[in-house]
Design a protein around this ligand. Sequence first.
Ligand code: 1EE
Ligand code: MN
Ligand code: MN
Ligand code: MN
Length: 301
Amino acid sequence: KTAAIVGCPFSGGQPKPGVDKGPIHLVEAGLISQLESLGWNVKFEGHHQFEDIKTNDDPPIGILKNPRLVSRVTESVARVVGEHVKKGELAVTLGGDHSLAMGTISGTLSTHPEACVVWVDAHADINTIESTESGNIHGMPVSFLLGLGNKVPEFSWVKPLLKPENLVYIGLRDVDAGEKALLRDNKIKAFSMHEVDRYGIGRVVEMALDHVNPNRDRPIHLSFDVDALDPTVAPSTGTPVRGGLTFREGHFICEAIYETGLLVALDLMEVNPSLEDEASVKQTVAVGCSLLRSGLGETLL
Ligand SMILES: N[C@](CCCC[B-](O)(O)O)(CCN1CCC(O)CC1)C(=O)O
Ligand SMILES: [Mn+2]
Ligand SMILES: [Mn+2]
Ligand SMILES: [Mn+2]
């Protein structure tokens, strides 16, 4: 079994410098040998070099920031992830900000249109060009994947390959008003931190998979934003929100999804090694590597 590491040093979907250094810190922490120790044949062709386009060639569209850059980068990521998934390799994308998921999930769905998406995040990342308050595209990838909101010509390459019934969220706790309406109107299943508290993570993962993968026969794309974890667990991330998943809850999700044997692609996003003190950075990077090991079969016994 082969895992392809897709290092995506990209920060254009949000304003804080440093998240583009996430991939290099994860790899330098020994991720590749850790995955090899789990029995994986790991392919890593170096971090992808994303050409930068000059900001003066990329004025905002409405309030969307770096739109042409984000579009171009995510389109190339879609191609890269799509190639790996098509070859039957487990595509492991290291972010970089979560706008990249527009690319990774497009890549997966182009090969497996019936794949389901488990989105683990404090945020819904479903803002449209009409609903976004920040213009930061890392808060919008899901709306593009679903084909919601007015079309943005610069993003015409993104096809609405994701169906609302094939998407489920775990960990939500900071959803904008416009996003709440979009979740309701599109009948999108979401297990917020309230449901995690009420049912426990075991039942939540079971119910989430029952919703998008009732017969456990569909490929799974897991898109994990480290800010789903409580900031005491993963402090070095751009949009921390209190009241998040514990270390174990985060790992349980990855372990349980690996156990299905259906995982075809995994994103680990929003590690920003420029934020907080050195101990926090080391902690966040270590948690990222640990989550990835769990997603690729590491077990406690
Ligand atoms: N929904 C946010 C955060 C997106 C986070 C993206 B990530 O990939 O990290 O999940 C938040 C916008 N919100 C605007 C009002 C403010 O008071 C608080 C933040 C946005 O910018 O759209
Ligand atoms: Mn590659
Ligand atoms: Mn996110
Ligand atoms: Mn988030």
